[in-house]
Each structure stands twice: as C-alpha cells, then as structure tokens.
Ligand binder design. Sequence first.
Ligand SMILES: *Cc1c(COP(=O)(O)O)cnc(C)c1O
Length: 375
Amino acid sequence: MDKIWLSSPHIGDKEIQYVNEAFQTNWIAPLGPNVDAFEKQLSQFLKVNEVVSLSSGTAALHLALIAVGVKSGDIVLCQTFTFAASAFPILYLNAEPVFIDSEKETWNIDPELTEKAIIESISKGKKPAAIIIVHLYGMPAKMNELLRIAKTYEIPVIEDAAEALGSEYHNSKCGSMGTVGVLSFNGNKIITTSGGGGLTSNDTSIIKKVRHLSAQSKEPAPYYLHKEIGYNYRLSNVCAGIGRGQMEVLHERVNRRREIYNLYKVGFKNTEGISFVEEPLGTLSNRWLTTLLFDKHTFETGINNKVRIELERQKIESRLLWKPLHQQPVFENKTAFLNGVSDNLFENGLCLPSGSNLTNQEVLRTIESIKKVIV
Ligand SMILES: *Cc1c(COP(=O)(O)O)cnc(C)c1O
C-alpha cells in the first residue's frame, strides 16, 4: 500500500505550462511575467490593493514587522499556539516576543488575554509595537474582537494567514484584514510554489517599502546605492509559474480539504470522546489540516502519540499539534499570558492526513486504523 502523507503538494494541469514559458522567454529571475500575474491573481482573490510575492512566509513576516515599524527592544504580542516561524522574525529584529494563549472556540489568540497583555505592557511604559494573529490550521481567528482591541490601542496587526489561504471571516478573506497579511506557498500548504510567500496590504506605503527591502534596498542611481539594510527575499519567476497554475485550482483544493474534514467528522460521529474544531457562524475554514482532539477524561494520557505511532507503522503520516511556543527551548524565559488551552491541545490533539490529493479510500483507511487503536 502507498504511504498516506499528511499534506503533500497537489499539482494541476497548468503549472508546467507557466514554468515552460519562463524557460522559453528566459525569465529565469526573481521578477518577470509569472511574478506579475501571480501577484495580480492573489490581490484579486483576497480583494486587497496589492500582494508582494516573496521567497517564503517567514521572509514575509520578517518584512511585515519591519514595515509596521518594529525595532530592537520592542514588544510584539504573538499567538503561542503556532509554528515557530510566526515568531522567529521577532528575534531576527532583537525585539521581545510576548506569547498569548488561545481561546477554546477557534484555537487562536484569545482576545481577552491579548487586551490584558496590552494593558500590562502599557502600565510598564511600553506599548506593544505589533500583534501577530494566526489563523491556525485554516480556522479564522476572532478578528472582530481582535481588530477592535488593536484599533483602541492603535497597534498594527500582522495577520499570519500562512495556513489560511481560501478561509473566510464574515465575507473577508483571511490575509486581507490586518495592517499586513502574510501568506506561505511552502510545499505542505494549501497551494504551493515549491517554496514561497506573500505579503498583502491595502497600505501603498507599506507595499512600496516591502518591495524596496526585498530587493536589497537598492536606491534609484546609476550605481549601487543603499541607505538601509536590504534583503534578498523576492520570489523566482519560475516558482511564480507554479503559483499561477495553483491559483487556478485553489477553489477545488479548498473544497476537497473540506470534504476530507467531513469524511473524518462523519467517520467519528459515534465515537465518544473525539471532537473537532467547528467553524463559528459566519466563518469558513479551508481545513488545511483536519485536527482531532481526544477528550482527556475519556482516554489515557498520550493516546494521541500512541495513535500516531500505530499509524506510522501502517505507513500513514499524522502529527501532534503545534507545540506551543512558550514551551519551546528557543523561547525560554519569554513572557507568556496563559490559560491552559494550548497546553491541552498539544497534549491531546492529532493532525490527520488532509492533502487534497487523498482518495476517500485513504481517508477511510485512516479512520479505521485509528478506531482499532482506541477501542
Ligand atoms: C508555514 C508557516 C509559516 C512560514 O511559512 P514558510 O513559507 O514555510 O516560511 C509561518 N506561519 C505559519 C502559521 C505557518 O504554518
């Protein structure tokens, strides 16, 4: 039997054509027609002024922090329940991450704790310079509450939508609601350019600044002139060709991931102690990964890892949920506002194979394999 992967690339019919065009026209460079077209597709889809394509989501987060003015020593609030790349760029800038726990409904940054952290920071004489909100596993965060708080205290919002392209929140696309939005086209994401990222904004001055920084901060002059530190963060026109083809099938990819989620949901309907994170009214998750939560009162501790090991033996890839950043050695001793939600999710959750190229048969085989371990 073939290995069942967690989330592998799913290439359509058109990608190779756009990549070939890049070769035929010799646009083998970090700019060109594919880059322009891909950025246009993204900005139209997200309904934002502009999208800058970049070499990775991590690069996009780095430039997002610089663009909203984060400097050495500044405090940046960041969701603790996320991939480390959400917070690494805070350290690149020698700024101080303060980690915020999640609420139970969407598993994303808790608005109440966020406001508490802001008030506490201000009382110590230091208003946070930015808030990083993540739509984890594709599930939209509580943006209304969060944006209201950010507006009250006048703090820029960086929306990490690396996992949430195609997700929606009250008729807005995830990645379009913050001061800046961040996208990823890594190989395991909902669509891929093999590796790549994007930065979105409605603020033209931010876009201009990011384009400048991403191309080594070259000033217009007949020689190489630089007034500030630059970065080599642009996306290759070859990779953007893959992205163009992928954008044409994004809708299908989202629908298929949602179908897979539904297969799991129905499959475990009558299994006691298993739950899934549900979409709050008015939101749509792209269901990048289906995540399952074992109730800690129903099952022995460590059941998630036990299931993972048994699935691995049967050539099915699954993974524990993100280990919260406040538990990571690299972020030791950083301030955190906690409520136990992310710790519980890490201890009892499991990510299931969710790639849009999985067959129904493969999903059903996964469900049966899990049931055999837990009964
Ligand atoms: C993947 C991911 C990133 C980083 O994106 P890359 O393109 O891999 O650099 C950032 N944040 C989250 C939540 C991610 O899942």
